[in-house]
Write a protein that binds this ligand. Structure first.
Ligand code: SF4
Length: 383
């Protein structure tokens, strides 16, 4: 209750308290005519809402659509997920990153088959007990799938509220979060959480955007303290991110009799269970070429010929900027059977066969580049 008292002292509170029903109606009406046509919004199947919410973590919803449709096509229900091969799950997730999310979906699906008759439970505590479902996702499923009165605060709603209230403190600090939670709770119209939560998130995503929000046509403008104080662009206040850490890696694309060597990482770590070309980070004073050769020898014990620069991929993660130098080379002698020092298993794959395996983004780009070149060679006319 302390936080409730604090918010009562916010200048905007009086205006809001008087106009909450009008604001609710306006947002719901706006959502009814402006919502994006997302496939999980067709029938609000709880399984669909769950998958879309997990996919939407760290990924723009517009980008999620293709992944979602492919996933539902391959795994139409929870039973199919629970029984799926890990390779197919990771392949369907390839490019979304944070692969532990996909692995947790499988673990949760297996638990749901075992203890909830294959149905997502409409119970916050039971959802929270499932692997990969935290407080936000549980509240999202409860409200959007089951229309239960759970408020939601995603980044879009946080931005909208920090502007309406003109919160000048960092959005993630305790005081700000308490104000935001209180606001979300008080704005939620009973029995309409499904549409209202989505209306808030959609409004934040489409109108109260991070840059160039559409204030001139915004029907909440008369309640917006940041607009009045001309602080819109400065809200929300975020703590400065540290500079991205640079990581330089190198790997070898080993070719032997028209096939390419790939290996599967052990299950732990960020890229656990994904496939890759043998490689790793550069050591102090090493060139990418030296690192690729060292890693090939260390991870496979293969002897390879000259390493030819093939392609350099730069990939940005939240905290890191990874530069991956890919080299091509051929096996010199030997049968092509590696000594697996750091992998679960290996394959010699055709170029086109590589697309069946899930790779981390950097290696996937090397595969795409390899296939582009092959395609080009295949397309050359016979002379
Ligand atoms: S007036 Fe501008 S900043 Fe304020 S809620 Fe509307 S779009 Fe967001």
């Amino acid at each position: 209750m302390t936080s409730h008292k604090k918010i009562e002292s916010e200048p905007v509170d009086g205006v809001f308290r008087e106009n909450i029903p009008a604001i609710q109606d306006a947002l719901l009406a706006w959502f009814a005519s402006h919502q994006r046509d997302f496939p999980w919004r067709k029938n609000y199947v709880p399984y669909h809402i769950w998958i879309s919410e997990i996919m939407g973590q760290q990924t723009q919803m517009d980008r999620v659509v293709d992944y979602f449709l492919r996933w539902i096509d391959r795994f139409p229900d929870i039973e199919a997920v629970a029984a799926a091969q890990e390779l197919l799950i990771l392949k369907a997730w390839e490019g979304l990153g944070y692969y532990s999310r996909a692995k947790n979906i499988v673990l949760a699906a297996q638990a749901i088959m075992k203890t909830h008759d294959g149905q997502l439970p409409a119970d916050y505590a039971k959802l929270l007990a499932l692997p990969g479902i935290g407080p936000y996702t549980a509240a999202a499923i409860m409200s959007i799938a089951f229309n239960e009165d759970f408020p939601l605060l995603d980044a879009n709603v946080e931005r909208l509220f920090t502007r309406l209230l003109d919160i000048a403190q960092p959005v993630k600090n305790g005081r700000s979060q308490s104000l935001l939670r209180d606001m979300a709770q008080r704005l939620l119209p009973g029995g309409r959480a499904r549409m209202f939560n989505q209306a808030l998130m959609e409004f934040g995503a489409l109108i109260c955007k991070p840059r160039n929000p559409e204030c001139s046509s915004c029907f909440l403008a008369s309640y917006c303290l940041a607009l009045e104080r001309e602080t819109v662009e400065a809200r929300p206040v975020r703590l400065k991110k540290g500079k991205a850490i640079d990581i330089v890696m190198a790997c070898g694309i080993i070719e032997h009799q028209g096939l390419y060597y790939i290996q599967q990482r052990k299950p732990d770590g960020v890229w656990g269970s994904l496939w890759e070309f043998p490689g790793d980070r550069l050591k102090q004073g090493e060139t990418p070429q030296q690192a690729a050769r060292r890693e090939i020898e260390k991870k496979t014990a293969f002897i390879v010929g000259d390493l030819q620069p093939f392609f350099v991929v730069v990939h940005h993660y939240t905290k890191y900027r990874v530069t991956l130098h890919g080299f091509t080379c051929s096996l010199v002698g030997g049968e092509g059977t590696p000594v697996l020092n750091a992998a679960l298993q290996y394959r010699w794959s055709t170029g086109t066969g590589l697309v069946d395996y899930p790779f981390p983004s950097g290696h996937k780009q090397l595969v795409d580049h390899l296939l582009k070149q092959q395609h080009f060679v295949d397309d050359l006319p016979d002379l």
